[in-house]
Design a binder for this molecule. Structure first.
Ligand code: UDP
Length: 332
């Protein structure tokens, strides 16, 4: 297949590009490199450009006939989305519309969209299944939900088939150690703990120990980036084989919750093998963090025949730690 991966130089997109290339697909990456890295996109053919550039999109779709499009390019910081909602609605909604419209003009009918658990807002129950109400509590979640709704309308009007995959906590890195997570600023728990272990930061601050969970710290569903990507590949195959049709949406997680403290302890165990330790400090709650977010991914498993391979937290941490050591070594 010939696949366009928008945002293929970013964290999840780059793992997707590598996985598709390994499966023998021909991958074109479109990325504006605002948060991505040229080197991470090296398993595809990189076109540097922005979804706001409708002329570029038109040229790209004239040059290639894509069997499917995967869209990972988005601004994804919850706090920033509250401060700068315009950036989120422009990047995540209006730029996505440009992409959908060029697809419709050129008859490209298969679209896989990176959505998020943030579309659900404060959970009414866990594990969260697809029937859960979607009432996002920040512009980031709202921007992703708007695209989910747009996709429903584009299916009804234009027959554009789509699968929205709502990620819980993406983590881990390429099992071969070639690519991994590189956010600046880094806000995610596992890479921050690993940076505290490698010496790139002095410590990790636990954002609150007074939640209604077993140990008082927040519980999340950590899902390996390779497993996220395998769900995307299966979704694209199912659309192409016409096994799936419509505007569909599935939650992606392991269905296992780990607390912040459990993650810290698991990292401490892994990095101790390299003689490293993690200094832990106590902090206030971070605004907008629900106590527990865990996915019910039954539907994705059934509809896509998806089987996560790396559900084990220690494996996730080992892959991410291998990448962190590589980044630190290459900076020396
Ligand atoms: N967290 C923390 N310290 C940090 C970063 C994150 O205690 O430096 C907590 C955060 O409050 C949340 C969990 O770790 O409960 C996962 O946060 P992350 O930002 O990785 O993902 P989110 O669940 O917000 O998408």
């Amino acid at each position: 297949m010939k696949v366009l991966v928008v945002g293929g130089a970013g964290y999840i997109g780059s793992h997707m590009v590598k996985q598709l290339a390994r499966q023998g697909h021909d991958v074109v990456v479109l990325d504006n490199l605002s948060t991505g890295f040229r080197s991470l996109a090296r398993y595809g053919k990189l076109v540097v450009g922005d979804l706001a550039d409708t002329n570029l999109l038109e040229q790209l779709f004239q040059q290639y006939t894509f069997d499917g499009v995967m869209h990972f390019a988005a601004a994804s910081l919850v706090g920033e989305s509250v401060q700068q909602p315009g950036k989120y609605y422009r990047n995540n909604v209006s730029n996505t519309l440009n992409l959908l419209e060029v697809m419709v003009r050129h008859g490209t009918r298969h679209f896989i969209f990176s959505s998020t658990a943030a579309t659900f807002g404060e959970p009414e129950y866990v594990p969260i299944d697809e029937a859960h109400a979607q009432t996002p509590i920040n512009p980031y979640g709202a921007s992703k939900l708007m695209v989910e709704r747009i996709l429903q309308d584009f299916y009804n009007a234009h027959g554009l088939n789509s699968v929205c995959l709502r990620y819980f906590n993406a983590c881990g890195g390429d099992p071969e150690g070639d690519i991994g997570e590189c956010h600046d600023p880094e806000t995610h728990l596992i890479p921050i703990i690993l940076q505290a272990a490698s010496g790139r930061r002095s410590h990790i601050t636990v954002f609150g120990r007074d939640y209604a969970t077993e140990d008082g710290t927040c519980v999340r569903d950590y899902i390996h980036v390779e497993d996220l990507c395998s769900a995307h590949a299966l979704a694209l195959h199912a659309l192409n084989a016409q096994q799936l049709k419509g505007a569909l949406a599935y939650n992606l997680g392991n269905g296992l919750g780990y607390s912040v403290q459990q993650v810290i302890s698991a990292v401490q165990k892994v990095v101790a093998e390299d003689g490293k330790e993690v200094i832990v400090e106590e902090g206030q709650r971070r605004p907008g963090d629900p106590a527990t977010l865990v996915a019910d991914a039954t539907l994705a498993k059934e509809a896509l025949d998806w089987r996560p391979q790396y559900a084990d937290l220690e494996t996730i941490i080992r892959h991410a730690w291998a990448w962190e050591k590589k980044v630190v070594l290459s900076a020396e």
